[in-house]
Each structure stands twice: as C-alpha cells, then as structure tokens.
Design a protein. Sequence first.
Length: 204
Amino acid sequence: MAAVTALQGLRDCGHLQPGQQVLIYGAGGGVGNFAVQLARHFGARVTAVCSSRNAELARSLGAEVVIDYARENFADNGRRYDLILAVNGSRPLAVYRRALAAGGRLVVAGGTLAQVMGSMIFGPLLSLGSRKVRTLAAKPNVGDLEFIIGLVEAGQIRPVIDRHYPLRQAAEAMAYLSQGHARGKVLIDVAADDPQDEEGVTPV
C-alpha cells in the first residue's frame, strides 16, 4: 500500500504535472521513498524533506534537493512548490500552505493524528483561494497495483527495505518500526523462521 498511497497522493489528489516543483515531507519512510521515485518518473523536480541520515538515500532515489527537517524549515527558504505531499511529521497547515506556489496543492497522506485531523477539518476553509488542501484516504486498487508492479519490473522504481525480520521476531520488528526511524519498509518473513538462524535481523 505504500506505493499505492504515494501514487494516489501525487496523481489523483495532487494532479501532478511534468516540470512541477514537488516537495515530499517525510521522504525517508516507505511512502516517501516511493513518492520521490514516482514524482521523478512523472517528470517533476523533487525536493525531499527527511532526516540527515536519509539524505543520501533520498538523492539516490531522485531528489534534486534534500532538506534536513531538524536544521531548516522548508517554508522559510524562499522556494515555492506546485505540490506538497506530506506523508509524515506534524506541521501546522499554515506552514505547508505558505510554501505553496499560486495554484499549488497540499496533500496530507499521513503524519500525526493532529496533522491528519487538521487537514480534514480545516482543509476546506484553507482551500477557498487558489491554494488547495486535500486529505488522502488511499484505497487498494488493482489497476494501481499493476501500474506499480510494471514500474518495478521495468526498473523505473524500487522498493527500499530497511530491515528483514523472521516471524518469531515480529515484536522486535514492530518496536523498531514504532521508533519512526525506519528507512523504507520493515519486512516480517513468515517463510524464513528458521530456529537455527541465530542472527535473526537482516539489515538491507
């Protein structure tokens, strides 16, 4: 669903067009990784907001500009974006909106409960002008899944796997994921539960 969420956020809610300036807030996570790649695939110029430890990964996936959220406020650097896809974090909607170009769109696809609820409640009020705020509720879609699979098979995009756990370490996997520092996806492999495997966790 991570790739489908990114696709629906950019294409369906964001109405992404080639050549547009796009900012992905939360580019280091599973949805963000796919969003950076898909935005580049569609011909956009991508700015990624993530932690410093994920900066090189974001660049390798196609981001032209990478902003460390701990050191710089993306809304204060003078750049304006045609589309902002927020898939993580917690920022006031006014901050995102300030960074939008005229006619730009903010799509909130994740983050804290306050961020998502704020988008749902106040988004319509903030969309009265040329800048629009939308909340994405991604839905499984066979056509979108087939589209993503086609891009992966063609080498146009790639899944980013942070860690790989056997089933018996599912609790450890969830604990690691809950820390919010995963780079990409965390996998639990039910077929690799070999009791002789003493190492268990496999960083990828």
